[in-house]
Design a binder for this molecule. Structure first.
Ligand code: SAM
Length: 249
């Protein structure tokens, strides 16, 4: 899958492509990471890429011509890719969207705005999708594009060491991931739950299911409102309620 980032700060993006699992994915040729400096497409002799907004107002806007030329070049290199604008005004990114993008496997070209954003005519003619990473405003779209690439790339088969590792991640089936422990068995007086040392796979599965449900209930109850509890989850909740009742008696 091709990831192309159009930016005025290529060092930020190149450094991201040169580290961790993303670099591994590129080395294994599971993904490509391409960074395009929009400034290289400015025909202005000072390589100007911004200008004042018509009608007045504070700040500058990214000019349309260099952006258009950069998008066209990126599309030429990766014709099936979707052009995605990073903007706080876009649809909110989440894990489902990451799955959708990874399964489409078509390639993504990210436009990272700077200043007060980009000229409206680029929005209306060249963008397939507008995405926001949350209801706050950052100084540029680079962090947003890295957030999206990172979460989409890790879902591409083979990129993570163990192909199963994202299947128990938080947000799968609207639940948070269960509590996890590693060595040592005891840390500052706190012990790893016995069941996890028991080797009994069914008991471990049930313990994890309960842990995941409890965490979702305590930390993100809104996720539970999205869908019904399974029969097994209902049993777990009933038992949990019983235990709480026993405690207060
Ligand atoms: N004036 C714009 C507005 O109010 O909608 C915000 C511009 S912001 C200062 C500069 C750039 O940062 C945007 O063009 C966008 O690319 C990026 N950006 C800022 N916040 C973002 C967010 N929450 N999600 C995605 N991109 C964001």
């Amino acid at each position: 899958m091709d990831f192309t980032v159009l930016t005025l700060f290529p060092e930020l993006i190149n450094s991201f492509f040169e580290h961790g699992m993303i670099q591994r994915g590129i080395d294994k040729k599971l993904i490509t990471g391409n960074c395009v400096n929009v400034r290289d497409f400015s025909t202005d002799r000072h390589h100007k890429v911004d200008d004042k907004p018509y009608g007045g107002g504070s700040g500058m806007l990214m000019k349309p011509e260099p952006l258009k030329a950069a998008i066209e070049m990126a599309k030429e290199k990766s014709p099936c890719s979707k052009v995605v604008l990073m903007t706080p005004q876009g649809a909110r990114f989440n894990q489902n969207k990451a799955f959708e993008m990874a399964s489409r496997n078509k390639g993504l070209i990210f436009i990272c705005g700077r200043y007060e954003g980009i000229d409206e005519r680029v929005y209306t003619t060249m963008i397939d999708e507008e995405i926001s990473i949350g209801d706050y405003v950052m100084t540029g779209g680079e962090l947003a594009s890295m957030v999206i690439i990172d979460s989409v790339a890790r879902l591409i088969p083979g990129l993570l060491g163990c192909s199963e590792s994202f299947k128990s991640d938080s947000f799968i089936d609207d639940r948070l991931e269960y509590a996890q422990y590693t060595r040592p068995e005891e840390f500052e007086g706190l012990k790893v739950p016995d069941v996890l040392l028991s080797g009994n796979h069914e008991k471990i599965r049930l313990w994890r299911k309960r842990s995941s449900l409890q965490r979702t209930f305590l930390k993100r109850p809104d996720l539970l409102e999205k869908g019904k509890l399974s029969d097994e989850e209902k049993q777990i909740v009933t038992r949990w309620c019983q235990e709480l009742e026993d405690l207060v008696q």
